[in-house]
Every structure is written in structure tokens, then in C-alpha cells.
Design a protein around this ligand. Sequence first.
Ligand code: PGA
Length: 254
Amino acid sequence: MRKSLIAGNWKMHATHLDAIQMVQKLSLRLEFADHDRVDVVVCPPFTALRSTQTVIEADRLMINLGAQNCYWEESGAYTGEVSPAMLKKLSVRFVIVGHSERRQIFSESDSDVNKKVKAVVAADMTPILCVGETAEDYDAGATREKVGFQIQAGLKGLTADQVSKLVIAYEPIWAIGTGKTASADDAGAMATFVRETVIDDFGSVGDDVRVLYGGSVKPGNIAGLMAKRDIDGALVGGASLDPDTFASIVRYWV
Ligand code: PGA
């Protein structure tokens, strides 16, 4: 009943011209029926959103557009920021919020993340809220405490109805871009924990939330992850930059 979702986070890669080729190649490697099974999302950098949108619309591709970040205000004197309304106008449907690189490199706090989640929801787009523990949290046995706190802080003030449409990506920071992946069993157990945390706070709508795993997802480990009951998809970084590789992740059952 929860449709799978596989999102490619291109991070700070791809010019607007690269993006056109990447999205076209990706769509050529996917079959019509794949889109019935999986919502496919690409999240290019801001500068490539418009060209990607144009290709998706002109060629009627079934790929969804996502952004990697946004600010929470609608407009104003916020040099360098991009608002949810600006993204919405580009037919962006998903916005990654609180990625660990934003939290760690750009010092985003849980309260910033919460404001962004609310702003994205208010603009009628779907946040992909990222949560995950550091290597130190993991070694200290504090994974659940950290992730539980990030979920509660990130979703503060939302209604159950709003929460029901969300996507939450569990991404252990020690697994991002490192080639180390959580085992499918550990990732599955954390996805269950994420869902239970949402159910504790918002009730049964937690069963509607799509929970993704992220952190060195590749064609070789995706099937094991997707077999877990509470994992509904993946947030893919490095492996999403190559359309062939990303397409084999999307078609994980083939
Ligand atoms: P990775 O990145 O797949 O390159 O580990 C995942 C992410 O940062 O979302």
C-alpha cells in the first residue's frame, strides 16, 4: 500500500547541460511499468532544476523532480537562498530537508530543519526529511536516541494528516559516501524504529509514511534493503550520478 520511492541526490554535481543528458539517459533505461512500481525522483542542484523540468515536461518523462534544500521564508532579503514557492513553480515535488551534509557542513539545526519541513509542506511539496546518527553516536550506542530526537524535532507542530504524506530517509552518517552500508537487517530495524517513533507521536498515519534508507546504496545491496518490511525505498547519492547504475537500483527486482 506504500508505493516504493527511489530518489537520486546529485549533490553538487552536474551542470544544467549534464542534467539534461542524465535525466534523458535514465528515462531510456526505465520501462513504463517500472514507474507503476516505484516513484523515481531526481534531485539536481538548483541551477539544473529548470533544464531538468523542461526535459521532463517536453518528453513527458515519468520522473519526478526534487530539490536538495530550500529556505523557509517565502521571499525577502535572504541573499543566496531559494524559497519553496520558487521550487513549486518549477514543478518540484520533493525537497530533501536536513541532509546530514546540510546539518554538518552548513550548521543546520533541528529547529531550522523543522521550519523547512513546515515551509515545504505549506507549499504543497513533499519533504524528504533526513535523519541519522554519526559514527560517534553509533559507537556510543546512541543511535535510536539521536534518530528519535531528530524525528520529533523535525516534525514538531505538524498535523497527523501532513505527516501521513511525508518521506523520511534514515541515513547513518558513517555510511554516506563511504562505501560502508548498514546491513539490511540493521537498516530494516532502524526503519521500523523510525516508523514506530512517528506512530508514537502521530498515531496510525505512521504506517503511511514512506521510510527510505540512504548511505552507499548500490545495485548490489538494494534488493536486500527493499526486502525489509519497513524500508520503502532509498535515497541514493554517488550511485545516482550514473544513469545505468541508478536505473539498476530503481529496477532492483530485475
Ligand atoms: P551516498 O549518499 O549514496 O553517496 O552514500 C547518500 C546520501 O547522501 O543521500
